[in-house]
Design a protein around this ligand. Structure first.
Ligand SMILES: Cc1ncc(C[n+]2csc(CCOP(=O)(O)OP(=O)(O)O)c2C)c(N)n1
Ligand SMILES: [Mg+2]
Length: 277
């Protein structure tokens, strides 16, 4: 069902606040990954606040939907969303990346309530997600498995082994979303290892493909609904995004994959996000 105007406004407002909170948090800890967190804000927010059947009061419910952050470096945004959703106290966010914190630089399923898979090494998310989707089928459960991947992450060979297998097994309870921002750690995807036509690649591997604007919450919501109606094959949503979205000097700039934010940069970024500090 399409998003109501009220839900659209709510999600957009939440995304804006999450961006502000992210910059504030990463400035305060002087480390972390802003670029990939900002490019996946609408995708993860729409999933957690509109689509995923998860319950922070019963986080291990066997019937819950599974979300895997393949691009584990976007952990700061995932943590903000999990705490906003009630999986752990918001005060914990200030401990991000500290020794002994349950909020490590990359997601740890053993430490953090709501994290389904420990990630960081790129490429792990899809094979593990396929395993979860196949387990759902074996156990006669109707939960869905969602895997969010980076476009640079697609360069990992294991991704395409899993893609082939998912098509062979007709894993229609599995949905991949590619955060297609065109940038990776130290350059553009085109410079480092060109991926060509990403949608055509998935299609050639036997997947149903939906291409959208990944910063439009309605488009994200509609695509997730449409994917759920497709039977007999897995679906991938190729979401066009901008790395560093919302902060002009971070947008499309691989330097902001991960680096400390200076005082001046913090003030300017917050101003662009509508906050005077
Ligand atoms: C197997 C592996 N190789 C290299 C890295 C180092 N690394 C971390 S993030 C990154 C770039 C990822 O780019 P992309 O998937 O496009 O993520 P996004 O642009 O969404 O941040 C790299 C190379 C890693 N984490 N894992
Ligand atoms: Mg990228």
């Amino acid at each position: 069902m399409s998003l109501s105007k009220a839900r659209k406004d709510y999600l957009e407002g939440l995304c804006q606040r999450l961006r502000q909170d992210l910059i504030k948090l990463l400035y305060s800890i002087q480390t972390g990954h802003p670029g990939g967190s900002l490019s996946s804000t609408e995708i993860m927010t729409t999933l957690y606040f509109e689509k995923l059947r998860v319950d922070p009061k019963n986080p291990k419910d066997p019937n819950r939907d599974r979300f895997i952050l393949g691009k584990g470096h976007a952990a700061p945004m995932l943590y903000q969303i999990l705490s906003e959703r009630g999986f752990f106290p918001q005060d914990d966010l200030a401990t991000l990346r500290q020794l002994d914190s349950h909020l490590q630089g990359h997601p740890c399923a053993k430490k953090t309530c709501g994290v389904e898979l420990s990630t960081g090494p790129l490429g792990l998310g899809l094979p593990a997600g396929l395993g979860m989707a196949m387990a759902a089928r074996l156990d006669n459960k109707d939960f869905r498995t969602y895997v969010l991947m980076g476009d640079g992450e697609l360069q990992e060979g294991i991704v395409w082994e899993a893609a082939m297998s998912a098509a062979k097994f007709g894993a229609d309870n599995l949905l991949v979303i590619v955060d297609n921002n065109g940038v990776q750690l130290d350059g553009t995807v085109a410079e480092i290892m060109p991926m060509g036509d990403i949608a055509a690649k998935w299609q050639a591997f036997g997947w149903n493909v939906i291409s959208i604007d990944g910063h439009c919450v309605e488009a994200v919501s509609d695509a997730i609904d449409l994917a759920a109606t497709v039977k007999g094959k897995p679906t991938v949503i190729v979401a066009k995004t901008v790395k560093g979205k919302g902060v002009s000097f971070m947008e499309g700039n691989s330097a902001w994959h991960g680096k400390p934010i200076s005082k001046d940069e913090y003030v300017n970024a917050m101003k662009e996000l509508g906050v005077n500090v």
